[in-house]
Design a protein around this ligand. Structure first.
Ligand SMILES: [Zn+2]
Length: 99
């Protein structure tokens, strides 16, 4: 995998892996559904990938989420309203939130 120098200054380049139970994972997971929808900018994608590289829990979650999305896309998709999409995302986040 190629490494690209971040154009944005990073205050803590050597930050250890985040702790679960804090907001970091939830913030990441919140972006994951958009990531799967290809709605994120490349910069945020690389930020997510960096997190996923240090976080087995989130990576595992992304894998299962991606499988779910793939399954859904194989179905003749019913038209989802934006309200339904928002509700699904909220459910995903609730399921992923550490207790
Ligand atoms: Zn995480």
């Amino acid at each position: 995998m190629e490494k690209r120098k971040a154009s944005r200054p990073r205050p803590k380049a050597t930050t250890p892996a985040h702790k679960h139970g804090k907001g970091r994972c939830v913030a990441i997971l919140r972006k994951l559904s958009a990531y799967l929808d290809d709605e994120l900018s490349g910069e945020i994608c690389s930020d997510l990938r960096r997190h996923l590289g240090t976080c087995p829990n989130c990576e595992e979650f992304l894998t299962s989420l991606r499988q779910t999305v793939t399954l859904c896309r194989h179905q003749p998709a019913p038209a989802l309203s934006s309200a339904e999409r928002a509700r699904m995302r909220a459910n995903i986040l609730r399921a992923a939130r550490p207790r």
